[in-house]
Structure formats: structure tokens, C-alpha cells
Design a protein around this ligand. Structure first.
Ligand code: HEC
Ligand code: HEC
Length: 271
């Protein structure tokens, strides 16, 4: 009987030890969870919670120009992707699942599926222009001064601008009161790390622990429309268009003088 009591005592100690260890493990993972919560959710106080994969100096130095991109595309991409990217082999579904950042990397360095790298041929901004033109063509974009754009700006103005600002800079009337602050859609190193699918999901369900509401199935009785799936895709496109250089596109110029650029390529080809 004595021995049994002895055994019983040491059993008790082992159980105590196990309880102690599991307590530490639990509290350690709680600290870790709190840390990642802070990083992911309260992150706006940190410098960059969305952690781009590209170096900051690889993002566009100006707003990409669709007009310029169209031209770069014709010269460098059309032979494989077709005269219009939307008639080629890149599908809408695939484009929605890929972030601009990931695709820039492919255009720069190429991939094993037969996409050549352009880093020795095109400048960083030319690659971005061609990519954003390709994306805009396949995923759709709003033509300047179109009725569609006007309608979407009024929907954005009525529902989103109070936080995100009318030009999407994250500077709406409410922005100072919010933590994290509303997203700035003009910030490449944030928005270009996101896929369209992710933006669609965030718009549909909202972002937990932030002021970003879920929009799914809301109804705007004033203007008479519903935030159905299609409307949410339209909003994704709308959010994306902030980063385009529309001022320059309107002048049909791109950011460079295209004539000059074409000439410089011609002399390069001759030499
Ligand atoms: C020699 C033919 C060829 C040329 C030239 C070419 N591409 Fe591609 N591209 C491909 C192939 C093949 C793929 C792979 C398709 C796949 O991943 O299923 C691809 C993939 C892509 C993708 C998708 C990348 C991804 O992983 O999401 C983009 C975007 C793209 N190309 C844009 C361009 C642009 C912009 C240019 C011009 C600057 C260009 N391509 C020039 C053949 C080409
Ligand atoms: C009450 C304030 C508020 C309103 C209204 C609001 N948002 Fe947001 N939104 C936020 C905040 C705050 C964030 C940033 C959350 C974060 O940092 O994770 C955000 C994030 C987003 C994101 C995700 C950006 C990213 O980097 O992943 C998108 C897209 C977005 N908002 C679009 C919209 C659109 C479109 C509307 C209108 C239909 C809208 N928001 C209305 C506060 C708001």
C-alpha cells in the first residue's frame, strides 16, 4: 500500500508538470496570436502591415498609363497574347486570382510556361503600363467620361467616400477616427499586393475588427440598386481605376512623349 501511495504522489507531480507545460504553451500561443492580430488588424500604426514581396523601388514610379501600355503591348506582347489581351489565352478567372505584384514579377523575369522576361528590354514603368493595360482589358475598366464611370463615382461617393475619400486616398471625413485607417487605393505597395478575388471577398464580407463593412446584399433605396455580386465586381474595378493615370490618358499621351519613344526604339533596332 505504501508503495502505491509513493507511486500516486509521483503521478500527481507528473500531472502537475503536464498542466504547467500546457499552460505555458497556451499562453505563449496567446501572445503570438495577439502579436499577429496587432500586425494584421491594428497594423496601420506599423509601417507596412501588408508586406509587399517586391522591393519598394520596383513599384511604378508614376500612375500606370493604359494608353502607353497599349503601345508597349503592341510592340512586345501581341505576337503571343493576341492583338487584344482579352482575346488571348489569359482568362478573367486566372487574372482575378493573381495580384499585379505577382504578375509584374513574371513579366520581369519570365516563367517556365513560356513567358519571356522583359527586364533587359523594357523599363520598370513600361512593364507596369503593359501589365495594367493587359489587366484592364481583360478585367474591364471604366472609360473616362463614360456613363458607367459617372454612375460608379456616385455610388462610391455615396457609400465609400466618407471613409476612403472621393479620390480614394483614405482621407474621408471619418478617417481620423478609425484605427486601422481606411485603405488608400492610390498606394501601389498596398493595392498591388491584392488579388481582385481578395478585394471582392473583403467587400462582400467586410474586414473583421475594422470599420470596413460587409456590403453583400445591401440596398441603396435612394439610388435604387443592390450590392449584388456583380455590383461588388464593379466596385473592385472602380477601386482599381484610382491608380491609373487618367489625366494623361485623356490627352492620349501616356507619361512619355510616345513619338520620341518610338523613334528611340527604331534607332535602337537599326544599331
Ligand atoms: C513568347 C510569347 C510571349 C510574349 C512575347 C509575352 N508573353 Fe506573357 N505569357 C506567355 C505565356 C506562355 C504565359 C503563361 C501562361 C500561363 O501561365 O498559363 C504568359 C503569361 C503572362 C501573364 C500571366 C502571368 C501570371 O503568372 O499571372 C501576363 C500578365 C502576361 N503574360 C503579360 C505579358 C505582357 C504584358 C507581355 C509583353 C510585355 C507578354 N506577356 C509577352 C507568353 C508570352
Ligand atoms: C466606415 C468606414 C468605411 C466605409 C464606409 C467603407 N470602408 Fe472600405 N475600408 C475601411 C477600412 C478602415 C479599411 C481598412 C481595413 C484594414 O486596414 O484592414 C477598408 C478597406 C477596404 C478595402 C480593402 C483594401 C485592401 O488593401 O485590401 C476595400 C477594397 C474597400 N475598403 C472598399 C470599400 C468600398 C468600395 C466601400 C463602399 C462601397 C467602402 N470600402 C466603404 C473603412 C470603410
Amino acid at each position: 500500500m505504501d508503495i502505491n501511495t509513493e507511486k500516486f504522489k509521483s503521478m500527481k507531480q507528473i500531472i502537475k508538470l503536464i498542466i504547467l507545460i500546457s499552460f505555458f504553451t497556451v499562453s505563449l500561443s496567446a501572445v503570438k496570436a495577439a502579436e499577429s492580430y496587432e500586425k494584421e488588424v491594428l497594423g496601420s500604426s506599423l509601417v507596412m502591415p501588408w508586406e509587399p514581396k517586391l522591393a519598394l523601388n520596383e513599384f511604378p514610379s508614376h500612375d500606370p498609363s493604359i494608353e502607353n501600355g497599349k503601345w508597349v503591348y503592341k510592340q512586345n506582347c501581341a505576337q503571343c497574347h493576341g492583338d487584344h489581351p482579352k482575346d488571348g489565352f489569359l482568362s478573367k478567372k486566372m487574372m482575378r486570382a493573381r495580384s499585379p505584384e505577382e504578375q509584374y514579377e513574371v513579366i520581369k523575369n519570365g516563367n517556365a510556361k513560356g513567358m519571356p522576361g522583359f527586364k533587359d528590354k523594357l523599363s520598370r514603368d513600361e512593364m507596369w503600363d503593359a501589365l495594367m493595360y493587359t489587366r484592364a482589358e481583360i478585367l474591364g475598366y471604366y472609360k473616362l467620361n463614360s456613363d458607367e464611370l459617372a454612375k460608379m463615382s456616385s455610388i462610391f461617393g455615396g457609400n465609400c467616400a466618407v471613409c476612403h475619400g472621393t479620390r480614394g486616398h483614405g482621407d474621408g471625413n471619418l478617417h481620423k477616427a478609425l484605427k486601422p485607417m481606411p485603405a488608400n487605393f492610390n498606394m501601389f505597395e498596398r493595392l498591388y499586393t491584392r488579388t481582385d478575388n481578395k478585394l471582392h471577398k473583403e467587400l462582400t464580407h467586410g474586414i473583421p475588427w475594422t470599420a470596413m463593412p460587409a456590403w453583400k446584399n445591401r440596398i441603396d433605396f435612394d439610388q435604387g440598386y443592390k450590392f449584388d455580386e456583380e455590383m461588388i465586381w464593379k466596385l473592385v474595378r472602380y477601386v482599381r481605376q484610382f491608380g491609373f493615370s487618367q489625366e494623361l490618358d485623356r490627352l492620349d499621351l501616356g507619361r512619355k512623349n510616345l513619338e520620341e519613344y518610338k523613334k528611340s526604339l527604331e534607332t535602337e533596332n537599326k544599331g
